[in-house]
Design a protein around this ligand. Sequence first.
Ligand code: NAP
Length: 540
Amino acid sequence: MTTRINPDHDIIAVGAGFAGLAMIHYAREAGLSIRVFDKASDIGGTWTWNRYPGAASDSECYYYCLTFSKELLQDWSWSVRYPGWEENLRYMHFVADRCNMWPHIQLTTRVLSADFDETAGLWRVRTADGQEHTCRYFVSAMGMISEPIMPDFKGIDTFQGPCFHSARWPEGLDYAGKRVAIIGSGATTVQMLPVLAETAGDVTVFQRTANFVMPAVQKTVTPEWDAEIKAHYDEIIRKCRQHVFGMAFDSPVGRTIAETAPDEVQRILEEHWTRGSFRFVFETFDDLLSNPESNRVAGDFVIRKMLSEVEDPDVRDMLTPKGYPFFAKRPPLDHGYFKTFNRKNVHLVDINEREPIVEITPTGIRTTRQHYEFDIIVLATGFQAYTGAQEALPIRGQGGLLLKDKWETVSSSIMGVFVAGFPNLFMITGPQAPFANLPTSIEENSKYIVNCIRRMRDAGDNLCVPRADAEAAWVEHTADIHRQTLMAQGDKVHSWMMGANLKNRNPRVLIYFGGANVYYDKLEASAAAGFPEVTFERLS
Ligand code: NAP
């Protein structure tokens, strides 16, 4: 039995990054009231938290943006192919300013909990300032790679200098001339090392697993390129919408390594290597991520090219990825990472086989072989992807069910948007959505969510109850596709794409690998069919 109460807002969204801004736009367009909370002191999400030296987007600028306004696309110009965090933040301010979004955004406000009130049919959202806010629809816009993982090394609290996660870089930290340790060698470290090494006295990278890394090939956006981008925005948006990873690439290319002569394979790989970006994977051959032998050929090529810049054979050996296929871990893009290992002030320590870390001490890091002295320790140890932010926040659905408990062994959802047992909860890029160019997925999810709410409003309904059978079907479909990909081998090497980077937790299917374009089609088909994955009810 429900009792109708008018909530404070139609929608409360948590997170003022790309997802929060997109939700504001699409909600307002539909005439819905929306409030966005963020614990950060600025908008920007990823780009307000990740301020480590060298932090930049790995998607190219002209499709790493929101596309709902043709005017904004024409009025904003990027300076480089892969903008740094400062430029991404400036862009997001530009969007918020131009679209007058600020009245909807409340910063420096930590959401403590979100509870579904079954009697009133609304969500009660408590914030750290002691307030309770109510909304009909609760939207997680908290980002899919936002909850840092802090390692539990013995003695970690005893270190006397700064010791922090890479996503919490201390403002104004002076590392000039200092001895810096970086634990971890993922995408963050690959971006950070070349910049740090320029100024730090000495940098030591503690690596557990070596990565396949592709060249970024940074470039200035010239006035000519800017004009070309702006003249082709309709096409760019169309390409993103139709691409397996939501990127403005020309693929599939209609050829496979398996069916191409070996010399020609090498020529094509070589040609694309010099162009940089993830294009190397998507614009060369269509079977790199599905055919193990083709993947091996491409992987061997990547290893040969990336290590050709490293002078020391021992360092080269340590940097060689072993025992897993190319792309089973998300490959970082290189902005000078490998060359940096030729510098006298840069060192690499293998903490997998040669000398695992034993403890952190007041003055450094002790491995099984020796003690290293440091002034600063950077924990570039990654994130709890897809589920971290939602689990960090107690979200309780029907019967007080905690989302974290529901996801104990399987992070189930319907298309990464709905979760059975959690009426009127919507997620933007939740678990079992694709891994893709994020602004593309964020906009497709936001449109879908707002269309669902609009459908309810138009029919006089106001409760959207995800169906357990639809969830079971999506979980099975996603797992089925996952099994057919090489990504399923990521659990061997702690890939965050399977949650295999978490201690005391089973690896699981976190990503829909059926293609972002196929997924966007499914969202559209669901909306056109009246959202059959949920049942709609009317509060009395
Ligand atoms: P990551 O790729 O998960 O890398 C974390 C690193 O820390 C790995 O080398 C991991 O080793 C190591 N590690 C974790 N726990 C450890 C422990 N207890 N002991 C020793 N080593 C440990 O994290 P990330 O580099 O922050 O990147 C995460 C994702 O964020 C990227 O893949 C990307 O999607 C996104 N990102 C994007 C950008 C961009 O687009 N510009 C930039 C940075 C990050 P193992 O490999 O052995 O687990």
